[in-house]
Design a protein around this ligand. Structure first.
Ligand code: ADP
Ligand code: MG
Length: 624
């Protein structure tokens, strides 16, 4: 027998599991059963698709055996099994990088929720919550030798040759203090029903059943084996046969989530293509939603046979929060990932599925607005990502996304914004590039306020990129207010007296330009300001300051640093008075103060606060 070490991450994980993830230790059984079910799926897949395995008998079952006296529980399956290398690599390391990320994120006060175990696939190790010693005996399909893996979850593990007459895996748990409560047949049946009822294979429990014997007038124990789960592919039943509880149960068993889902959409397509889809929206966004190697939430089945659960091509990336099942009659069982990418059947299913999910969401938005707000609270941002790539569904996505705005307290839809447009208003306006409070107080909004136009507040960091590519909602133009071009809606304000104002302001504008030099592209009379003396704007084609900061933060080098144009408000008292001054020193200080305050309002920190304060004080001393 040879002693082997766990990979460092496994040790960390075991410490976490044993010491902090204690809230529902019962989930160990769900994890082990789902591993058995996976192993059965894999073997079935092989026997159906690989000639070398055609002769391997496939008699799928999962057996739980309870010894109440010895406080042991075994979980055995007739699945694909593991050989020596598999045991070392699957039960001694953590392959998924997502799990590693998860570990590094979990600090002392992180949510200690056993839910996480399922989400991050640390399944097998959860058995150490209830066992102080685990023995795994396994024989891999196509091989004669069997192996035993033994560990106490602390000092590494041992592997030795063993005996197993058939292919499969047996996991023997020596229950610890915490685990003794599971040496109880009632408890086990309850847990299997709760989490694993819809596992497609029969789960049997063997235990000492007590039955009252009328003749002997006492209860007698007999060793009994009973099937505990329903073992049906529930999604293949018709909607009328299923109730809410069925759907919720299935959700919990496939997602590892302990909360009820927000919504589910169950569709049976019959026609040129036959398939069933059942999609769920989790109540809380998955924790890995914004990680590059997020876990795919949709499982692919072909004719009830599990095929894979990590195919990113099943749904577009922006719908990665969706959980559920796609079960097709038309795909080949041996469909590979490469084939999936350009398979016409799958493309059709995917297109129809996206339409279905979005249209169901739309009807919830209309019919159950309160429920819909819960959804938006979690998933507004992924929907916005959809605007970026899913052109075909852009209009629907625009209807689904919710916005902050200058006219409402909570969130609003574009349809509502449209219904509030002023008579003759041509475009819908939005402002991006900064925090909500910064945007709400931006001088750029002044002219819209004056006209009583609504402006959408797009404060999410992805908004600027996403909405730069969206120029219409239906027939109506969507326009950013922080770009320099002016709109037809504002023609009256912007055109009247423009020339004269610019003309009369010219001497001042020239002085300001001379002072600010290459820090500005131009200085001009503003037509968009009401209360502020100045603001900065960028050309339509240039990224805003926030966007530049973001690009740099994301590690992009050579981000162009476009130079802003300073606009001053000809009707503002300060500007009017400045125009009348002849002393250069004051005009120069004022030039910098007008520029710096415009930057501050955009949320840009000053390059040289000391000089700014000196100038401010010089001005103050003149007026005090
Ligand atoms: P996951 O199921 O997310 O991969 P687990 O920790 O639950 O993570 O299991 C790790 C790996 O161990 C599985 O991916 C599988 O390869 C292997 N394994 C676990 N249990 C079994 C089993 N009963 N039969 C065959 N392989 C198993
Ligand atoms: Mg598992």
């Amino acid at each position: 027998m040879s002693k082997r070490e766990f990979q460092t991450e496994v040790n960390q994980l075991l410490q976490l599991i044993i010491h902090s993830l204690y809230s529902h230790p019962e989930i160990f059984l769900r994890e082990l059963i789902s591993n058995s079910s996976d192993a059965l799926d894999k073997l079935r897949h092989l026997t159906l698709t690989d000639d070398a395995y055609k002769t391997v008998p496939f008699e799928p079952r999962i057996d739980l055996e309870l010894d109440e006296e010895a406080k042991t529980l075994t979980i055995a399956d007739s699945g694909i099994g593991m050989n020596e290398e598999d045991l070392v690599s699957h039960l001694g390391t953590i392959a998924r990088s997502g799990t590693k990320n998860f570990l590094s994120q979990l600090s002392g006060d992180a949510r200690k929720d056993s839910n996480l175990i399922g989400q991050f696939g640390v399944g097998f190790y959860s058995a150490f919550m209830v066992a102080d010693k685990i023995e795994v005996v396994s024989r891999k399909a196509g091989e004669d030798k069997a192996w035993r893996w033994i560990s106490d979850g602390q000092s590494g593990f041992d592997i030795e040759p063993a005996e197993r007459s058939t292919v499969g895996t047996t996991i023997l748990l020596h229950l610890n203090e915490e685990g003794k409560q599971y040496a109880n047949s009632w408890r086990l049946q309850e847990i299997v029903k709760k989490y694993s009822n819809h596992i497609a294979f029969p789960i049997f429990l063997t235990y000492d059943k007590s039955e009252w014997n009328a003749e002997e007038k006492k209860s007698i124990k007999t060793r009994t084996t009973e099937q505990v789960n329903a073992a049906s592919a529930l999604w293949r039943r018709s909607k009328s046969e299923l109730n809410d509880e069925d759907y919720k149960e299935l959700y919990k068993s496939i997602s590892g989530d302990s909360q009820d889902p927000l919504f589910w959409f169950h569709t049976k397509a019959e026609g040129s293509l036959e398939y069933t889809t059942l999609f769920y929206i989790p109540a809380k966004a998955p924790l890995d939603l914004y990680q590059a190697d997020y876990r795919v939430g949709v499982k692919l089945y072909v004719k009830r046979v599990f095929i894979m659960d990590d195919a990113k091509e099943l749904l577009p990336q922006y719908l990665r929060f969706v959980r559920g099942i796609i079960d097709s009659e038309d795909l080949p069982l041996n469909v590979s990932r490469e084939i999936l990418q350009q398979n016409r059947v799958l493309t059709s299913i995917r297109t129809a599925s996206v339409k279905k999910i979005l249209s169901e969401l739309k009807s919830i938005a209309t019919n159950k607005p309160d429920e819909y707000l819960k959804f938006i609270g979690e998933y507004n941002r992924p929907l916005k990502e959809g605007l970026y790539g899913d052109y075909a569904n852009r209009e629907t996505l625009l209807d689904l996304i919710r916005f902050k705005s200058t006219k409402v307290d909570g969130l609003t839809s574009l349809a509502e914004v449209m219904s509030r447009m002023k008579e003759g208003q041509k475009s819908i306006y939005y402002i991006t590039g900064g925090s909500e409070s910064l945007l709400r107080t931006s001088p750029l909004l002044e002219i819209y306020r004056k006209k009583d136009f609504e402006v959408l507040i797009l404060e999410d960091e992805i908004d600027e990129i996403v909405f730069a590519g969206v120029d219409k909602y239906g027939e109506i133009d969507l326009k950013a207010v922080n770009k320099a071009s002016t709109s037809e809606d504002l023609k009256e304000e912007t055109e009247t007296g423009k020339e004269e104002k610019a003309e009369s302001l010219k001497p001042l504008l020239d002085k300001l330009k001379a002072t600010l030099g290459d820090r500005v592209k131009d200085v001009r009379a503003s037509v968009r300001l009401a209360d502020s003396p100045s603001c900065i704007v960028f050309d339509e084609s240039e990224p805003s300051l926030q966007m530049q900061q973001m690009l740099r933060a994301m590690g992009q080098k050579d981000v162009p640093a476009p130079v802003p144009t300073l606009e001053v408000n000809p009707d503002h008292e300060i500007v009017k008075k400045l125009l009348a001054r002849t002393d250069d020193a004051i005009t120069q200080d004022a030039a910098w103060l007008l520029f710096d305050q415009a930057l501050l309002m955009e949320g840009v920190p000053l390059k040289d606060p000391a000089t700014f304060v000196q100038r401010l004080n010089r001005m103050l001393s003149l007026s005090v």
